[in-house]
Ligand binder design. Structure first.
Ligand SMILES: NCCCNCCCCCC(O)(O)C(F)(F)F
Ligand SMILES: [Zn+2]
Length: 345
């Protein structure tokens, strides 16, 4: 299995994550990608290549142009104002404020407009890192377009919380959505996205919610008790054209393989019935029992089973790296999915 990876991820390392009222370096740190890459190499799962540059066009098929423009110029404006620390929002358009009113000209006003939480710090290298992360995903997708059955996009920063015009939850560009749209723009009739990250892929859901050419299925911590809190319930089944093409599996804290895999089996049945031309996996491994910010109980062998179950669908499959914060185990767990998929485990 081909892996696509870029060292540019290192340009993004937030020092300001607000955890229980105190700022600390972000859990979403460079060593995450380094550990996965080391495991990919040690297990010799396949070639590792740098991304090609597909430009901004595929990103603009998913993300709002003004949002992209803001992201591209944000740090320079922040630095010009004399700042050198991470750029974080502090004011957001909550209910009954004008969310679709005039976008403020003030930098802080724009920042709050384009964020849904304080968990996507913009740093000096963030733009380059997120641009390259999207190119990593697009290069892996291109490998499948050219006939491969599968590929692994070792993306960092992740993407599934990013919507058309907002960042949040360590995410800026929605890599899974960008490659899904690329499949469709290249002629695919239907694409399924299976999000196995511990957190609901609110951005991915939002992007395709009213469409029937993308089926979205997500297995995640129940939003009643888990981030992102405000989307991801089972009653969210899509809207208009998209009704019936969105499937959420919210699960309680403490869920282990038995409960988790029952949801996986149901999601796979729905994906098989949908008969997509391609399958995109938002591969987060923060479902792991020792993950510092998550509360499921999967263990490393479970990720092999996860890969085997996904392989049984017999679809061209593109793995997109999302979350996972137990850095010592992230390599084994992520690559276990890939090896389980390939039957090598
Ligand atoms: N007390 C709740 C703190 C929540 N902090 C933010 C969690 C973000 C999770 C990001 C992720 O793992 O879903 C991604 F895949 F996008 F990286
Ligand atoms: Zn997550």
């Amino acid at each position: 299995m081909l892996t696509v990876y870029s060292d540019d991820h290192r340009l993004h390392f937030g020092q300001s994550e607000l955890v229980d009222g105190k700022l600390q370096p972000c859990f979403e740190m460079p060593s995450r990608a380094d550990t996965v890459l080391a495991r990919v190499r040690q297990q010799e799962i396949g070639e590792v290549i740098e991304p090609k540059d597909f430009g901004l066009e595929p990103i603009l098929q998913v993300h709002d142009a003004a949002y992209v423009e803001f992201l591209k110029g944000a740090w320079d404006r922040w630095a010009a104002d004399g700042h050198s620390c991470d750029m974080l929002p502090s004011t957001f358009p909550a209910r009954r404020l004008r969310r679709d009113g005039p976008i403020p000209t003030a930098l802080h006003g724009q920042l709050g407009h384009y964020c849904f939480d304080t968990e996507a710090p913009i740093t000096a290298g963030t733009w380059q890192a997120v641009y390259s992360s999207a190119q990593v995903a697009l290069t892996a997708q291109d490998h499948i377009r050219q006939g491969a059955n599968t590929a692994f996009a070792l993306c960092r920063p992740p993407g599934h919380h990013a919507g058309s015009d907002f960042m949040g939850g360590y995410c800026f560009f929605n890599n899974a959505a960008i490659v899904t749209q690329a499949f469709l723009d290249q002629g695919a009739k239907r694409v399924a996205i299976l999000d196995v990250d511990y957190h609901h892929g609110n951005g991915t859901q939002e992007l395709f919610y009213e469409r029937s050419d993308v089926l979205f299925a997500s297995i995640h911590g129940d939003p009643l008790v888990e981030y992102p809190y405000y989307l991801g319930h089972a009653d969210e089944r899509g809207e208009g054209e998209g009704t019936g093409f969105n499937h959420n599996y919210p699960l309680p804290h403490g869920t282990g393989w038995d409960g988790w895999s029952a949801a996986l089996d149901d999601a796979c049945r729905k994906i098989a019935a949908y008969a997509p031309d391609a399958l995109v996996i938002s591969l987060g491994v923060d479902t792991y029992k020792d993950d510092p910010i998550s509360k499921f109980k999967l263990d490393s062998p479970d990720y092999i089973r996860m890969g085997q179950r996904i392989a049984a669908l017999g679809l061209p499959t593109l793995f997109i790296m999302e979350g996972g914060y137990a850095v010592e185990a992230i390599g084994v767990n992520a690559v276990n999915v890939l090896q389980g998929y390939e039957g090598a485990a």
